[in-house]
Design a protein around this ligand. Structure first.
Ligand SMILES: *[C@@H]1O[C@H](CO)[C@@H](O)[C@H](O)[C@H]1NC(C)=O
Ligand SMILES: *[C@@H]1O[C@H](CO)[C@@H](O)[C@H](O)[C@H]1NC(C)=O
Ligand SMILES: *[C@@H]1O[C@H](CO)[C@@H](O)[C@H](O)[C@H]1NC(C)=O
Ligand SMILES: *[C@@H]1O[C@H](CO)[C@@H](O)[C@H](O)[C@H]1NC(C)=O
Length: 355
């Protein structure tokens, strides 16, 4: 009896979600995979050697000045996208789920430090495990909603992937500087693995993919500080450019090979390049230094409880030596959601959700 009542309640919740969908053209749910750009607290649940930021001043601009485990001073990209597609709240961290109802508007599987390769980032949740976690959620939804409704639900949901930077960064330092053959080999290695991961998600029912390509990580404060005049490491950026170009081509191939596969590629590389070349236009006055940290560019030490931090945080692109501020996250989200083809193609996320 109790089970029947619960099923009824869930069905109502599901229908309520669907009716919001038809009125506001929103996504019924958002499933988020990737790294610190979108982690909303999974790493808080991991053993002590995982990267964690659940202490002040992290989260200083989050409501209640709460250090939630987001790798920034406030909201992140995943939060802005969830809000824009009509969700009341950002999907909860997978490791925080205590009952099945919490997964009806989506789940966030992302883990700060994680990558495409299982070995990237150490004690974090690699993509392979994030996908296994999704498999568990998809099975659960199928059990609750029935196979047909669950397939419709997943097919309409937005599947968000933001990963690769944590693989590329250490990989780059294993290559001989300037050797493009080695760069291309590294790209093939990563992309082949990433391709299988996306295909696995498709097999599990995912259809609408929003993928953010890697940004030019040769321009983060931690990399700039090692370069005279605080310029970018252009050789590292070249590896990022090759990987993002290959990712974009992969998505196009997948959309032609797999029935119903739709995607929006958010070109972070292009976004960052434009922002760095004309910061004022995007509201930034400092794109080189970190807001929180220590030493030159505030990039020689991590952002710790005793670190100094800036007061005008919305004018900085970087919160700490490798992570964007809330202000940059918001700009990234707006360009991916509503931007022109230069930043989001072949459609932006808004168009993907409506289609
Ligand atoms: C799946 O559903 C059951 C009950 O229906 C629940 O106990 C379990 O925690 C759910 N699994 C996940 C991953 O949420
Ligand atoms: C680049 O790397 C490849 C493969 O490791 C090697 O065969 C080649 O000699 C290198 N090229 C240069 C210019 O160093
Ligand atoms: C932030 O404010 C400080 C103190 O007023 C100032 O020195 C600094 O240049 C400002 N930074 C930016 C990026 O505007
Ligand atoms: C801040 O704390 C860290 C670790 O607790 C310590 O190593 C460092 O010396 C401290 N820095 C300052 C400026 O007090």
């Amino acid at each position: 009896m109790a089970k029947k009542a619960t099923t009824f309640l869930l069905l109502n919740l599901f229908l309520a979600a669907l009716s919001t969908l038809t009125t506001a053209a929103v996504s019924p749910a958002v499933f988020v995979f990737g790294d610190s750009a979108v982690d909303v607290g999974n790493n808080n649940f991991l053993p002590s050697d995982a990267p964690k930021v659940n202490f002040p001043p992290w989260g200083i601009d989050y409501p209640g000045r709460t250090p939630t485990g987001r790798f920034t001073n406030g909201f992140n990209y995943a939060d802005y996208v969830a809000k824009a597609v009509g969700l009341a709240m950002s999907p909860p961290p997978f490791l925080s789920l205590s009952n099945g109802n919490q997964m009806l508007r989506g789940v966030n599987f992302a883990s700060g430090g994680a990558g495409i390769l299982d070995t990237t980032g150490g004690d974090v949740i690699p993509m392979a495990t994030q996908i296994e976690d999704f498999e568990q959620v998809a099975a659960n939804l199928t059990e609750r909603l029935g196979e047909k409704s669950a397939a419709v639900f997943l097919g309409k949901s937005l599947i968000h992937l933001i990963v690769g930077s944590n693989d590329i960064y250490p990989l780059y330092y294993l290559l001989s500087p300037g050797n493009s053959t080695q760069k291309d080999e590294a790209v093939v290695l990563l992309l082949d693995k990433f391709k299988h991961q996306i295909e696995r998600l498709y097999d599990l029912g995912a259809r609408k993919f929003a993928v953010l390509g890697v940004p030019p990580i040769g321009c983060v404060p931690m990399v700039r500080v090692a370069i005279s005049s605080y310029g970018c490491n252009e050789d590292l950026n070249d590896l990022c450019l090759r990987f993002k170009t290959a990712t974009k081509a992969l998505l196009k191939d997948l959309s032609m090979s797999f029935k119903g596969f739709q995607y929006s590629f958010g070109d972070l590389y292009e976004m960052f390049t434009q922002i760095f070349s004309d910061p004022q236009q995007y509201g930034f006055t400092d794109i080189k230094a970190a807001c929180c940290g220590g030493g030159r560019l505030n990039a020689e030490s991590a952002c710790l409880p005793n670190s100094t931090y800036c007061s005008n945080r919305s004018q900085y692109a970087f919160w700490d030596r490798s992570h964007p501020t809330q202000a940059l996250h918001k700009t990234m989200a707006q360009l991916a959601l509503y931007g022109p083809p230069l930043f989001a193609n072949p459609v932006n996320i808004h168009q993907l959700v409506k289609s």
